[in-house]
Write a protein that binds this ligand. Structure first.
Ligand SMILES: [Ca+2]
Length: 139
């Protein structure tokens, strides 16, 4: 009886420790990876997978309403053109789904991405193809 109580306590302690580790590493790490350096309320894209451009999470392109022609922009701090080059995307918006297009000015709908959603690797026709993007209110 006593022995089994000790076992239960040990098991409980171990579980609490395991949850603590998950909260520190398991949960926090993917969230920050998804964010890169994407500020709250923005839709962000990066040239490479996993929310980086040449290894930098802050080398992103972003909008709070829309970008009607990504070809007019470069990933921040780089010489890489943001048109037809995005490989990862994060909707760090607060309320709205965003709509992304293969051509400028809402032409060639590609996909929608709900608030809080991250696609760490845009594949197939979605990869290297975005030229305009809009939050729902501006779509
Ligand atoms: Ca395109």
């Amino acid at each position: 009886m006593r022995r089994s109580n000790v076992k239960k306590k040990l098991a409980r302690g171990f579980t609490a420790a395991a949850i603590g580790i998950a909260a520190t590493f398991g949960i926090a790490a993917p969230a920050s990876a998804a964010n890169g350096n994407c500020p709250s309320s923005y839709l962000c894209t990066w040239k490479d997978s996993l929310s980086v451009t040449d290894g930098s999470g802050s080398a992103l392109q972003l909008f709070q309403q829309h970008i009607s022609n990504y070809n007019n922009y470069k990933y921040l701090g780089t010489n890489y053109n943001a048109g037809n080059s995005a490989t990862s995307i994060f909707n760090n918006g607060i309320t709205e789904t965003a709509y992304m297009y293969a051509s400028t000015s809402k032409r060639g709908f590609l996909f929608s991405i709900p608030k809080g959603s991250w696609n760490y690797f845009l594949s197939g026709s979605h990869g290297d193809n975005i030229e305009s993007g809009y939050f729902a209110s501006f779509n």
